[in-house]
Design a protein around this ligand. Structure first.
Ligand SMILES: [Cu+2]
Length: 127
């Protein structure tokens, strides 16, 4: 059963789908891993709102700000993946599997979340 279809990649905001589609060589879930790029600055994520199809994702976090930022993906208060990086650097989070539902993106550097450095990810069921 195909798990990812081109039509399932909604709102192609900053989704480097072409570059990110890589075969997973290890079996297991199989299927493809898509890369989603999120850029952090003071004090926001861009894009702040994402709509994705259910599937496996590697978040590529670009810190375009002037201080440390982190990108954490949370569901119901539980972190599924989180990485911190310094100004001008970028980093990949571990691959995570997103099922249908609502997730949040949060930066937990002191004061950043409160200052508005958060976003949402809406994940739709595969069609
Ligand atoms: Cu931050």
């Amino acid at each position: 059963m195909p798990s990812v279809r081109p039509a399932a990649v909604l709102l192609a905001l900053a989704i480097t789908a072409a570059a990110g589609l890589t075969a997973c060589g290890g079996g297991g879930d199989g299927g493809t891993v898509q890369t989603v790029t999120v850029t952090g600055t003071e004090m926001r994520f861009d894009p702040a709102d994402l709509t994705l199809a259910a599937g496996r994702y590697r978040f590529h976090f670009v810190n375009a700000g002037k201080t440390y930022h982190d990108l954490g993906i949370y569901r119901d208060g539980r972190a599924l993946g989180i990485r911190e990086t310094g100004a001008g650097q970028s980093i990949d989070l571990d691959v995570i599997k997103l099922g249908a539902g609502t997730y949040t993106m949060e930066c937990h550097e002191p004061g950043h979340l409160q200052a508005g450095m958060h976003g949402t990810i809406s994940v739709r069921k595969p069609s």
